[in-house]
Design a protein around this ligand. Structure first.
Ligand code: NDP
Length: 314
């Protein structure tokens, strides 16, 4: 059975930064990269807001560079998906099917996934007009008309952010009452650039293809009250129906909030189980940026290193 002082579950900016710091602290971390090595950034294109890259960098490239940097100091990756953990006693055990690893400490950086509508055409136009992240892609919709789906704080925040670029933003919501907090509702209503389309759901995303490049042109919307269909011309579609933290592995093990995000103590990355630390989007539904995730990955590694030292493991 392979044993490590630190096992990191998840390989986005949080996990790979935790790996870099733990490796440089001589803790020989093992990273389980999971089903999407590199995390959510590997499905974006240009990352223009990660400091240090004035010309921007491609998401997958940024993650490759982070991984290389961690490996350079002795971190090791396994391209496997953890199936269960047992933290009832130490060392903890991490299971990948029948294979078992043991660890003195765990860093959880399993991230979150944007919720999608689940339409075939949404998948088809993802990256070609459809996006689940205004902060990542809003800039590409300068002087275009866009729609945002959802009625919660995420949708309001996305819509407000998009008013900086788009000529018109339409929030499409399946009811006629917003779920968003009063303050966010007021901001959206006051902005003057956001229109609301109530009682409507997207049936299909439609577009054209020129020289092999797909481009969305309109949505087919269904009125939820009378079932009527209409074509709604728009060049961008942002899905703002929330995120789902990837915390299934830790149900009944780690403390979570009502939305399933891991709860960390105060300003630290400590969870409710001694020796388990959480960082990145799995414990952050507020900032959710690559750079803030990387920062919390650094914190988790430092917390783990100090905790291990307190246990006499160095
Ligand atoms: P919410 O669950 O609050 O809202 C999701 C919205 O999407 C709801 O309006 C819901 O409709 C709609 N929706 C869900 N599924 C579908 C679907 N399949 N088709 C169409 N519409 C759908 O998620 P949020 O991400 O907005 O917020 C999560 C938490 O994060 C909240 O606590 C929020 O306050 C917080 N947050 C805070 C921010 C801030 O303070 N700046 C920014 C972002 C999030 P319905 O209302 O009908 O259920």
């Amino acid at each position: 059975m392979e044993h490590r002082k630190v096992i990191i579950i998840g390989s986005g900016p949080a996990g790979l930064t935790a790996a870099l710091y733990s490796a440089r602290a001589n803790l020989s971390p093992l990273i389980f990269e999971g089903n999407q090595p590199g995390g959510q950034l590997t499905i974006t294109t240009d990352v223009e807001n990660f400091p240090g890259f004035p010309e921007g960098i491609q998401g997958p490239k940024l993650m490759d560079e982070m991984r290389k940097q961690a490996h350079r100091f002795g971190a090791e990756s396994k391209y496997e998906h953890v199936t269960s953990v047992d933290v009832s006693k130490r060392p903890f055990t991490v299971h990948v099917g029948e294979t078992v690893y043991t660890a003195d400490s765990l860093i959880v950086s399993t991230g979150a996934s944007a919720r999608l509508l689940g339409l075939e055409s949404e998948k088809e136009y993802m990256g070609y007009g459809v996006s689940a992240c205004a902060t990542c892609d809003g800039f590409f919709f300068k002087d275009l008309e866009v729609a945002v789906i959802g009625g919660g704080d995420t949708a309001m925040e996305e819509a407000l952010f998009l008013t900086k670029f788009a000529t018109k933003v339409t929030v499409i919501h399946r009811r006629e009452e917003l779920r968003a907090s009063k303050i966010m509702q007021e901001r959206a209503l006051k902005s003057g650039k956001i229109e609301f389309k109530w009682n409507s759901v997207v049936e299909e995303v439609k577009g054209t293809e020129e020289n092999g490049m797909k481009k969305m042109t309109h949505l087919v919307l269904k009125n939820t009250l009378n079932g009527e269909l209409e074509e709604f011309p728009v060049q961008g579609l942002f899905i703002g129906i929330g995120h789902k933290p990837n915390t299934e592995l830790f149900e009944d093990i780690l403390d979570m909030d009502e939305s399933g995000y891991l709860v960390t103590k105060g300003k630290s990355t400590y969870t409710n189980v001694d020796g388990i630390f959480a960082c990145g989007d799995v414990q952050d539904h507020v900032y959710r940026q690559a750079v803030s995730a990387a920062g919390s990955g650094c914190m988790a590694s430092i917390d783990a290193e100090r905790w291990l030292a307190e246990q006499g493991i160095e």
